[in-house]
Design a protein around this ligand. Structure first.
Ligand SMILES: [Zn+2]
Ligand SMILES: [Zn+2]
Length: 428
């Protein structure tokens, strides 16, 4: 047996409505209510004075690029970035090369996940090859261990295929995560459609293309009863659609990314491709509506959409650069800044959005410090200011809009199943 005591921190466990100064005890990889005097003598002690001690963060939306694009990220490097960002549980998207549309590829991912720094759960594709035409074998994907199905990166265009997909996935109790984008309306689009895209001379992606699919998914969820989760909501109108659907008791959930709550399309004035993502950054009104959606629970959680790309791919003309940014190592400070400092959210609520609420969407065993739970813990200093240097960071890629910037709030220690995996800037 090994024992660990995290002493004198501000312990925040939203699941138990706990927010008080105290100690957290760990025995043999699990949270313990207390330790005996003999166990305390043997225990390793971490002094968390001045720090917040909370459940390890949970991200249900990351891209780890393995198999197939390991020059961008591997499951190991992605999991190290996760640990450095305070995340102990992540869910990786199936748009690998080849896509995870079969049990064999999922097994490959699970094998690599076994030596990852944090818990990595796979998802499987909705359709074969993510082509939107033929359903992937959801039953055997489930047996192989996927926690949800999604064609993220692409949207299932056909309403008929989507209807069959959600009914089929429901038979295996698998939620469907959808990337909401009517692709017929967004051909060659590289940023939000509006006055800024006109001024910059870039092809626009109208928020209506997101809203239409969000509405479609709400209708299909209502019709079938199936759980559909909307990924990376970027539009004010979509937030309102989800709000009404939830009021009507429809089985939908939704997530917001740190970049859509922190940034707007105005950032694209420099044509810096580190602000190019899909869905695109939108207007200030959209940004505020997403924050309001998180505040009233319309949006269920934060998901980073961590999307690594190599410098030679991203460092191209705006029209030709791939979409996406990395986000695991900056999510916590960005959320502390935007939600706690600037929008006056209570800290325990933000932690809830990044832990228990995220885990609940996919019924993952994570997001609490309750006795008996896996000892997945994040310890952070909410006031430490530090420089985010992508070259010293753990992701294999450097495509971040926060590269070289001062951040406030720093992860000090990350513990996975009772084992310290990251401490004071280093992997352990
Ligand atoms: Zn997506
Ligand atoms: Zn994604």
């Amino acid at each position: 047996m090994s024992f660990l005591i995290i002493k004198n921190g501000r312990v925040i466990d939203p699941a138990a409505k706990r927010d008080a100064k105290g100690d957290v005890f760990i025995a043999d990889g699990k949270i313990a209510k207390s330790l005996t005097p003999a166990q305390k003598k043997q225990a390793k002690v971490i002094d968390a004075t001045g720090f917040v001690v909370c459940p390890g963060l949970v991200d249900i939306h990351v891209h780890f690029r393995e198999p197939g694009q390991t020059h961008k990220e591997t499951i190991l490097t992605g999991s190290m970035a996760a640990a450095a960002g305070g995340f102990t549980t992540v869910v990786c998207m199936p748009n690998t090369v080849p896509p995870a549309d079969n049990a064999g590829t999922v097994e490959l991912i699970n094998n690599a996940a076994r030596s990852a720094a944090v818990h990595v759960y796979p998802t499987g594709c909705i359709t074969v090859g993510m082509k939107g035409q033929q359903l992937a074998p959801h039953g055997s994907l489930k047996k192989a261990g996927v926690v949800a199905i999604t064609d993220d990166g692409l949207c299932v265009e056909s309403n008929e295929i989507m209807r069959r997909a959600v009914e089929y996935a429901q038979m295996f109790d698998l939620p469907v995560l959808d990337h909401c984008q009517d692709e017929s309306m967004t051909k060659k689009a590289v940023m939000n459609e509006g006055t800024v895209s006109t001024r910059l001379g870039l092809q626009g992606w109208p928020h209506a293309a997101e809203d239409i699919i969000v509405a479609r998914n709400i209708i299909l969820s209502h019709y079938t009863g199936a759980h559909i989760h909307m990924q990376h909501i970027s539009s004010a109108h979509s937030v309102e659609l989800v709000r009404r659907a939830k009021k009507d008791g429809i089985n939908v959930t939704a997530e917001a990314t740190p970049h859509h709550i922190a940034l707007t399309e105005e950032a694209l004035g420099t044509y810096d491709t580190n602000f190019k993502m899909n869905p695109p950054l939108r207007t200030e009104a959209d940004r505020r509506a997403i924050i309001a959606g998180l505040r009233d629970g319309t949006l269920d959680c934060i998901g980073t959409d961590h999307a690594p790309h190599a410098p030679e791919e991203k460092d191209k003309e705006f029209d030709y650069a791939p979409n996406g940014i990395i986000g695991l190592e900056t999510a916590l400070p960005v959320c502390l800044d935007v939600l706690v400092r600037r929008s006056r959210f209570k800290l325990p609520y933000v932690i809830d959005l990044m832990t228990r609420r995220a885990a609940n969407i996919l019924k993952l065993p994570a997001g609490t410090l309750a006795p008996g739970a896996a000892a997945d813990v994040c310890i952070f200093d909410p006031t430490e200011t530090w420089l985010y240097d992508t070259y010293k960071a753990f992701s294999k890629s450097i495509n971040s809009p926060w590269s070289g910037q001062q951040m406030t709030g720093r992860v000090k220690t990350t513990i996975v199943s009772g084992k310290v995996v990251y401490a004071n800037g280093k992997m352990v």
